[in-house]
Design a protein around this ligand. Structure first.
Ligand code: 13P
Length: 253
């Protein structure tokens, strides 16, 4: 049985003071019940302090990207081993902002995915199409290329210790959420791609939806059979907004 994962991607937001307040609010308001976990992904400088603040709580901590290299002359980069060293459990790889703004290729994303796993960190692999690609009818082939690069490099077995996030680029930060049916169609397709190689891995992997998810639309999305949680940007920056999504997950279990 797959649990829900409700993950907040803070992107480049926050400050020491604001994070203390946000994390305190989240920790204090974690819904009762089981069948879901909560994750926050702050910017690098705050990882250690958020790990410290969440100790003893059910809230886990992840990073937003990682280097594919394990150490060396890579100025400005952060190695996977450093993330595990400071207590991270997860890392987002291949977010569309990284692909579009920093030119990350699917091969590089696959290398980051594998490097994270070597360090014992669970990668959250983001995939998703742009509006132009959706309108051109190429959504599935775009997803297949992004997912396929990782399956080719790491093998389907690697998805036993990974999470996938479907984030349609046109829904990110726009307020234009995919309908539950639109999201479910793609989630079903992703699971089928994995199932073609390994049915048990496909049945167990968590596939999150991301793109303008909020308290008002979370229940409808999370009720879909292949949607196992959310990767939330804007609505993860206020404890009450984030907790409203967590409540929706707790209510479905
Ligand atoms: P929004 O929830 O702000 O649309 O962002 C989604 C996202 O990119 C999460 O990674």
């Amino acid at each position: 049985m797959r649990e829900f994962l409700i993950a907040g991607n803070w992107k480049m937001n926050g400050s020491s003071a604001a994070n203390v307040e946000l994390v305190a609010g989240i920790v204090a308001g974690v819904p009762t019940g089981s069948g879901f976990s909560l994750l926050v992904c702050p910017p690098f400088p705050y990882l250690a302090s958020v790990v410290e603040q969440t100790k003893g709580s059910p809230v886990k901590v992840g990073a937003q990207t990682v280097s594919e290299h394990d150490k060396g002359a890579f100025t400005g980069e952060v190695a996977p081993g450093m993330l595990s060293d400071v207590g991270c459990d997860y890392v987002i790889v291949g977010h569309s902002e990284r692909r579009a703004l920093y030119g990350e290729t699917s091969e590089q994303v696959a290398a980051k995915f594998q490097a994270a796993q070597v360090a014992g960190i669970t990668p959250i692999l983001c995939v998703g199409e742009t509006l132009e690609e959706r309108e051109a009818g190429t959504t599935e082939s775009v997803i297949d290329e992004q997912l396929g690069a990782v399956m080719d490099a790491a093998g389907v077995g690697a998805f036993a210790a990974a999470v996938i996030a479907y984030e349609p680029v046109w829904a990110i930060g726009t307020g234009m959420t995919a309908t539950p049916e639109q999201a479910q169609d793609v989630h079903r397709h992703i699971r089928a791609q994995l199932a073609a190689q390994d049915g048990s891995i496909a049945a167990n992997v968590q596939i999150l939806y991301g793109g303008s998810m909020k308290g008002e639309n979370a229940a409808g999305l999370l009720a879909q059979p292949d949607i196992d949680g959310g990767l939330i940007g804007g609505a993860s920056l206020k404890a009450d907004d984030f907790l409203a999504i967590a409540q929706a997950a707790a209510g479905i279990q």
